[in-house]
Design a protein around this ligand. Structure first.
Ligand code: GLV
Length: 388
C-alpha cells in the first residue's frame, strides 16, 4: 500500500492506472491551457501569515454550505465521465462524500445515473444540470433529480458549447472507449481498470442512454453537447428552470461581477465562481483572482463558493480567508478515485482536511469561520489592472 501524503501522490497513481483517454480528459484545459495552469499557479502567489503562541486546541473545520452541515466547506464538483475513471465511479465518490460529511454533485454527463446514485446512498446529493434543446428531456431530468431527493440543483452556465481540449479529439474520447488499435494497445496495459470495469453497473452515459432517442453517437461527449446543449440559454430561461426545480439552486460558472449580480437578481441560493477548471474559455482569469471583485459586487447578498484550482487544504484556506463561503474540488478527488476507487476519494478528502486543519492552526486560528484576510498576504495588484 503506497503512503499517500498529498494530492499529487494520488495523481501519479491515477495516471498509471487509468486508460490514457480518461486521464487526459480529466487533466486537460482548453486550447493553450493557460487558464487551467493559472488556476493553480495563482494560488501559489498568495502567502499565509504565521501566528504563534495562540491556543490551538479544540479546532473545527465544520461549517455550512447552502444551509447544510458540512464537516469542512468542500463540496465534490460535478465531473463528466467519472464512472470511466473507476468502475461505478459516481457511486463510489458519492459514498465517500457521504461518509465524510461533504456534499457530492452528480453531473448530467455521468456514467451512473441519478437513480443509481440515489439507490447506493442514504443522504441527499446535489444534481448538476446541463440544459438541452429537448426541453422535455430537461424537464424529465429535473423531475428525476426531485424524485431522487437531491437537495440542490447546480445549474452550469459556462458550457453551452464544449471548449476544445486538443487531447480529447486526438484520443477519440468516448464512453465506453471505442476499440481502435491505439486504444487497445493502451487498454492492454490497464488490466486492473479493465477487470473492474467489466463488473461495472454501467459503461455508458447513464442519464442519457435509454432516456432520449435520436443521438448520432451517444458514446461521444462532443457529439452530444454539439447536438443537444441549449445555445439559447439566458437569464429568463435560468429563472424558469429555477421555478421548475423549486428548491435550492447553485449557479455554477460565474466569473464576472455583473453576472454575479444577475445571479442575486434571479434569486439563486449560491454561486460557484468557476472557469470550469480552465476547460472552457482559455485566456480567462483564474477563479481565485476573480474572487475579490465578485465578493465586492455581491458578498453578503448570496453565498459564494470557489471552484477551479484547489489541490490542497492550504488552497481551501486561502479561498475561505479571502471571503468565500465554501469551495468545490474536481480533479483533486478524481485523482483519488482513479488511483484507488472509493478509498482514494476518502483519502483525498482526508488529505485536504488535515492540511486545512494544520494550516489553520499554524495561522493561529481554531475555526474556519474566523478565517479572514488578516491570515493572508496577497500580492499588490493580484486581481490585475485592466483597461476600461
Ligand atoms: C464537462 O463538463 C467537461 O468539462 O468536459
Amino acid at each position: 500500500m503506497p503512503v499517500i501524503t498529498n494530492i499529487a501522490d494520488l495523481k501519479r497513481i491515477h495516471e498509471r492506472r487509468v486508460p490514457r483517454m480518461f486521464y487526459d480528459y480529466a487533466e486537460s484545459g482548453s486550447w493553450t491551457e493557460q487558464t487551467f495552469r493559472e488556476n493553480t499557479t495563482d494560488f501559489e502567489q498568495i502567502r499565509l501569515r504565521q501566528k504563534v503562541a495562540v491556543d490551538m486546541s479544540g479546532r473545527s473545520t465544520a461549517g455550512k454550505m447552502i444551509g447544510q452541515d458540512v464537516t469542512m466547506p468542500v463540496a465534490l464538483a460535478p465531473v463528466g465521465l467519472t464512472g470511466m475513471q473507476h468502475a461505478d465511479g459516481e457511486i463510489k465518490a458519492a459514498r465517500a462524500a457521504e461518509a465524510f460529511g461533504v456534499p457530492y454533485t452528480l453531473s448530467t454527463m455521468s456514467i451512473n445515473s441519478i437513480e443509481d446514485v440515489a439507490e447506493a446512498t442514504t443522504k441527499p446529493f446535489w444534481f448538476q444540470l446541463y440544459t438541452m434543446n429537448d426541453t422535455d428531456y430537461t424537464s424529465r431530468l429535473i423531475q428525476r433529480a426531485k424524485d431522487a431527493g437531491c437537495s440542490a440543483l447546480v445549474i452550469t452556465l459556462d458550457l453551452q458549447l464544449l471548449g476544445q481540449r486538443h487531447k480529447d479529439l486526438k484520443n477519440g474520447l468516448s464512453a465506453p472507449p471505442k476499440l481502435t488499435a491505439r486504444t487497445i494497445a493502451n487498454l492492454a496495459t490497464k488490466w486492473a481498470w479493465g477487470i473492474e470495469m467489466l463488473g461495472a453497473k454501467r459503461r455508458e452515459f447513464g442519464n442519457i442512454v435509454g432516456h432520449v432517442d435520436g443521438i448520432d453517437d451517444p458514446a461521444s461527449l462532443g457529439a452530444w453537447t454539439a447536438q443537444q446543449f441549449d445555445l439559447t440559454l439566458d437569464w429568463s430561461k435560468i429563472s424558469k428552470l429555477m421555478e421548475q426545480w423549486g428548491g435550492k439552486v447553485i449557479l455554477k460558472g460565474i466569473l464576472d461581477p455583473e453576472d454575479a449580480k444577475m445571479a442575486v437578481k434571479v434569486g439563486a441560493d449560491a454561486i460557484t465562481v468557476s472557469n470550469h477548471g480552465g476547460r472552457q474559455l482559455d485566456g480567462a482569469l483564474s477563479s481565485i483572482r476573480m474572487l475579490t471583485p465578485i465578493l465586492d459586487a455581491v458578498g453578503g447578498d448570496i453565498e459564494v463558493h470557489l471552484d477551479s484550482g484547489i489541490r490542497s487544504g492550504q488552497d481551501v484556506l486561502k479561498a475561505l480567508a479571502m471571503g468565500a463561503n465554501g469551495t468545490m474540488i474536481g480533479r483533486s478527488y478524481i485523482y483519488g478515485l482513479g488511483a484507488m476507487g472509493q478509498k482514494g476519494v476518502s483519502t483525498a478528502l482526508e488529505v485536504i482536511r488535515k492540511e486545512l486543519d494544520m494550516t489553520m492552526a499554524l495561522c493561529g486560528e481554531t475555526n474556519v469561520a474566523n478565517l479572514g484576510r488578516h491570515n493572508l498576504l496577497i500580492p499588490q495588484g493580484f486581481e490585475g489592472t485592466w483597461q476600461d
